[in-house]
Design a protein around this ligand. Structure first.
Ligand code: PMP
Length: 394
């Protein structure tokens, strides 16, 4: 039977990581995979996570299953973190999921159960896994224009034009903040315009928020999600704790579904729990418990917020120095968008040939679409990257 299996397309980013590891050059720079790294190139366990783990070891008395929806305390804490109380709790269904990916996958599946004809509109480009999951579960997708190669910003007119194709019951997938892979984001006013369009056409927003706290701050990064949640009758939100709590391998995420009325919520909640049951039964708990402890304890919360802010500001500093260095070397402002982008990524707008040249001649590894992980840089490598880009003809 297994001889029927066809080779699956290799994950480009994982293949890039492998090529980087095998590169014998000393002076190589990895700007590929989306993992935060500090100036020493280390992805640290955050201080608050370490402290919470220590406490947990003392107080945890059982590893028996949680509920199908995960720990209710985790779901409440995540609702507060993401939505900050802008939607009545009794309209929100919530389940813990294995990472943000689990939430994304089951968000799509919930949509498919509710409306098998729904098309999912995705930004061009978007996180590649959105597209591959949608394809795998057989949901039709429509791309909407998003990234403007010429300015490094959002092609908002193109986006709104494409959203005119929406029909009632379609879904628009939006990145809550820190768009992956481009780093270019809608303003809050533009989010309002999108919301008005969705409400006019009867389409439903789904928000993927995987980098809260990596852009402009914890509250600021949630503002768009809160606006959408407040303004639309029904909303799906997939939240990840991988990046902002630095617990990538613990697989911690949360799927929220806001119903139009509180009377609908038990059924929506039951559907999300059912999806957990079908896919993996009980969601993982360790990471979720650490997040709950941190969000419910002032000392842990302050420690976490302080470190998250250090992480955010270090990436912002790297952005600004890269943009500055490119400005100086290119004698133009054409790379200024790097400083305006937010989050862990920027799409530089370099051709695939140039990306390949940077790898071959300079040992600089970035994704083929010229997405760089800003956190892969440090003070020493920023000038090296800028110099290589200009020398390679960027
Ligand atoms: N959505 C987006 C846009 C992402 O970039 C990621 C992480 N790469 C995720 C969701 C999911 O992350 P995880 O499953 O690791 O929590």
């Amino acid at each position: 039977m297994f001889s029927n299996l066809k080779p699956q397309p290799a994950d480009k980013i994982l293949a890039l990581m492998a090529a980087y590891r095998e590169d014998p050059r000393d002076q190589k720079i990895d700007l590929g995979v989306g993992v935060y790294k500090n100036a020493e190139g280390v992805t640290p366990v955050m201080r608050a996570i370490k402290a919470a783990e220590k406490q947990l070891w003392e107080v945890e008395t059982t590893k028996a299953y949680t509920g199908l929806a995960g720990d209710p305390g985790f779901n409440d804490a995540m609702i507060k973190l993401v939505l900050g109380g802008v939607v009545a709790r009794d309209r929100i269904a919530a389940v813990a999921t294995p990472g943000g990916t689990g939430a994304v996958r089951q968000g799509f599946e919930a949509i498919k159960l509710a409306n098998p004809d729904a098309r999912v509109f995705v930004s061009d480009p978007t996180w590649p896994n959105h597209l591959s999951i949608l394809k795998f579960i057989g949901m039709p997708t429509v791309s909407y224009r998003y990234f403007d190669e010429a300015t490094g910003g959002v092609d908002f007119d193109g986006m709104m034009d494409d959203l005119n194709q929406l029909k009632a019951g379609d879904v628009v997938l939006l990145h809550g903040c820190c768009h992956n892979p481009t780093g270019a984001n809608l303003t809050i006013e533009q989010f309002q315009t999108v919301v008005d369009k969705l409400n006019e056409l009867g389409a439903l927003p789904m928000i993927d928020i995987a980098y809260q706290g990596f852009g402009d701050g914890l509250e600021e990064d949630a503002a768009a999600t809160r606006l959408v949640a407040q303004s639309c009758p029904e909303v799906i939100i997939a939240a990840s704790c991988s990046k902002n709590f630095g617990i990538y391998r613990e697989r911690t995420g949360c799927l929220l579904a806001i119903s139009e009325t509180a009377a609908q919520t038990p059924n929506t909640q039951g559907t999300l729990a059912f999806l957990n049951r079908q896919n993996y039964s009980f969601p993982p708990d360790h990471g979720a418990r650490l997040v709950t402890m941190i969000l419910n304890d002032d000392a842990l919360y302050n420690e976490w917020k302080t470190e998250l802010e250090e992480v955010r500001l270090s990436m912002l500093g790297l952005r600004e120095s890269l943009a500055g260095e490119l400005k100086r070397l290119s004698n133009s402002d054409r790379f200024d968008f790097v400083a305006r982008h937010r989050g862990m990524f920027s799409r530089l707008g370099l051709s695939p040939e140039l990306v390949e040249k940077l790898r071959a001649d300079f040992g600089i590894y970035m994704v083929g679409d010229s997405r760089i992980n800003i956190a892969g840089l440090n003070k020493t490598t920023v000038p090296l990257l800028a110099d290589a880009i200009i020398k390679a003809g960027g």
